[in-house]
Design a protein around this ligand. Structure first.
Ligand code: NAP
Length: 261
């Protein structure tokens, strides 16, 4: 039996993950539904202690907010509990902080737990390599529901990072966040632009366009429900508990890291 604790359990993803667990007899929940954004870091940690009691969960799955995740990671490291983190929107400093905190335990951190999105990342890396010698402009479009807190999405940033690394560009210099407006002139060659669309109940859609002269290639992944992320998080939970300490992502789990980088 896999005993899972969930943080951010009252949120959209937390609920989708709990529903996913319900489908399996060999997974049980030590739920952390009472932990909320109203609580301080200490209160959250005490609450997790109270809920889990003596029995530490086999894995802690987190879909909350960057600040909360850092507090939960400290709890997981203290209790020696492997962690799966689906929360997005971390700054680079917060990512470094997480890696430092999680050093003693196995942890899987991925801004997108969908199998197809991870496959799409690989396809994007391949396309960037194959198209390296041509003049190809890269544009990224991401679409999400009206309540998404961060923009651009961490998934879109990873898409840009893959292209920048394969092209040997500095991501910070090549990235363009804003929509274009006014007399902007020709597009610079060394640019990766991300457009963020927010509206209604859209779940998640990511497209990359490789625009050449006379032809273009577009790779799109669409999620029509939260189920692909929940499924991925459960698969990650089963995998991470068998790994030695270290910070991993879904690409490691799927054996796609080496082909990607
Ligand atoms: N990796 C993936 O595949 C994937 C897929 C979809 C979404 N996500 C990410 O998962 C995260 C959650 O998304 P969501 O749509 O479920 O958001 P949501 O509906 O807003 O839920 C967020 C949850 O986190 C809790 N929370 C927020 N701030 C907190 C804090 N400071 N301390 C304790 N708890 C806190 C909320 O508790 P309250 O209800 O008390 O505020 C709520 O339970 C986001 O970062 C999102 O981008 C990742």
């Amino acid at each position: 039996m896999l005993h899972v604790a969930v943080t951010g359990a009252s949120g959209r993803m937390g609920r989708a993950f709990l529903a996913q667990i319900e489908e399996y007899d060999d997974v049980g929940t030590l739920a952390a539904t009472t932990v909320s954004s109203e609580m301080s870091e200490k209160e959250s940690s005490d609450c997790l202690d109270q809920i889990c009691g003596e029995q530490a969960p086999d894995v802690l799955v987190d879909f909350s907010s960057p600040e909360a995740t850092i507090a939960y990671a400290a709890w997981a490291a203290k209790r020696n509990v492997p962690m799966v983190i689906g929360t997005t929107g971390f700054t680079l400093t917060q990512l470094d902080q997480l890696a430092e905190i999680l050093h003693p335990v196995p942890a899987l951190l991925s801004p997108n737990m969908s199998l197809m999105m991870n496959l799409a990342w690989r396809m994007m890396a391949n396309a960037t390599m194959v198209l390296a010698n041509d003049t190809i402009d890269v544009e990224i479009i991401e679409k999400h529901h009206r309540d998404k807190r961060n923009a651009p999405s961490s998934t879109a940033l990873k898409m840009a990072q893959i292209v920048a690394e394969k092209r040997g560009w500095s991501l910070a210099q090549a990235l363009r966040h804003n929509a274009r407006w006014g007399m902007i002139g020709s597009r610079p060659e060394k640019e990766i632009a991300i457009a963020s669309v927010r509206g209604g109940s859209l779940i998640s859609e990511h497209s990359i366009i490789f625009a050449g002269l006379g032809e273009s290639l577009e790779i799109t992944q669409r999620s029509q429900s939260l189920e692909p992320f929940a499924k991925g998080a459960l698969r990650a939970s089963r995998w991470i508990i068998k790994q030695p300490p270290g910070v991993y992502d879904m690409l490691d789990m799927l054996g796609l890291s080496e082909v990607l980088y």
